[in-house]
Design a protein around this ligand. Sequence first.
Ligand code: UD1
Ligand code: MG
Length: 454
Amino acid sequence: MSNEATGTGVIVLAAGKGTRMKSRLPKVLHPVCGVPMIGHVIAAAERLRPDRIAVVVGHGAEEVQAAVTSSRVTFVEQPELLGTADAVRRCQDALAGCRDIVVLNGDSPLVQPEMLQALTEARGEAPMAFGTHPAEDRGGFGRVDRDEQGRVRGIVERADGPGGTTERNAGQYGFDAAWLWEQLPKIELSDKGEYYLTVLPRFAYDAGSPAKAVTVAEEDVLGIDNRVVLAEAERIMRQRILERHMLDGVTIVDPATTYIDASVTIESDVTILPNSTLSGTTHVRTGSLVGPGTTVRNSRLGEECTVTQSVIEESTLSDRVHAGPYAHVRGQSTIAEDCHLGNYAEVNRSRIGRDVNMHHFSYVGDAEVGDGSNIAAGIITCNFDGEAKHKTVIGRNVLLGSDTMLVAPVTIGDNASTGAGSVVTKDVPAGGRVVGVPARAMATRRPPENPGGS
Ligand code: UD1
Ligand code: MG
């Protein structure tokens, strides 16, 4: 993104309570496809390449500020919720020098960047433009009022009672900055005790320069006021995300059962099978096959991995790792190239070297496993002694017999091996072989003293 100045300032209104969400979480922080709704609004605003973005905060201000990561954002406090015009007015200093001002409601995460561009362009000579969409009735929202020539005469708010058309105000505006700052102080308190931003189209009309209305698709302006609408926004956003990935070369076999957060990145020629969820900072490299029935959260999958009926969390799989069915990798684990993990294999807080096989019923926690080792059926690193977690180090090309218990802290040297059912409580040197409970070095058989007898 270039830093070229565009003379545009964006205001995101996010001070409201969101009472109808019935939540402790401020409304604008409710996630839509894994990202707080205000994050989507700011991302759309950033695509306009504005000089500055001012976010108006009030209710839950600290939480909202903590959740916004964009460095372009300046926060403006609105101490009392005195309405949308009061909120905008407080941004004047923060946006001094901007020629165009775009105002967006923070509770409308489906806003499209193209729409914001259109608002600025459509304004032309008019002092303001705003998005509208046709509705079936006059219920709720602000409604556009037009004169006989079809020019915008004003906006009728729901608190103002009936009137206007069925055309709704979307809550997305483009203003000439000088005009906006001049008009705001002239707005009077409504009967509801708020300063409405939506009085401005009437001012423009009265001055002989009516506002321009730009038609927006209804789903682009969905204002989230309760959790029913939240679920609707999630559905629309999810479909958009899936389509974006499909157009970028990802095969999604069943979009109806595939859930991908807005923050996930996927390279081309990845295939996602049904009932899969990819979330957070997940990145999937080319040629990988994810699913069916797989969850990948905050993890990286290398090239040509297959992850089947498995859960991968906060971890990294290198190229050609095959996980599943029923593998669970978590706790910042890293799995090097060409490993196979499956059939109830769990890896937690561990580093697994290349070409390690871990095929059946095993737990590797707080461990390092060297290249080429075999974790046979039923291996457990007993990492917790009731008080603390301890480390297990398994060298390269180690052959662990089925059902070996490795009682940590313990180190198994390169090329060592254990017998089936061993309980290993002491370190095993490189090349060593231990068996039994507790495991002991296997006695080297001495040749008979008197071959042939007497
Ligand atoms: C507003 C519009 C309405 C439009 C609708 C579209 C006004 C007066 N009405 O109504 O014409 O059809 O959006 O969704 O603007 N906010 C503040 N400070 C305040 C009050 C609100 O920051 O003092 C923020 C809210 O957090 C929210 C946005 O402004 O993000 C809109 O406020 P909300 O109360 O949701 O207005 P609506 O009733 O939806
Ligand atoms: Mg609203």
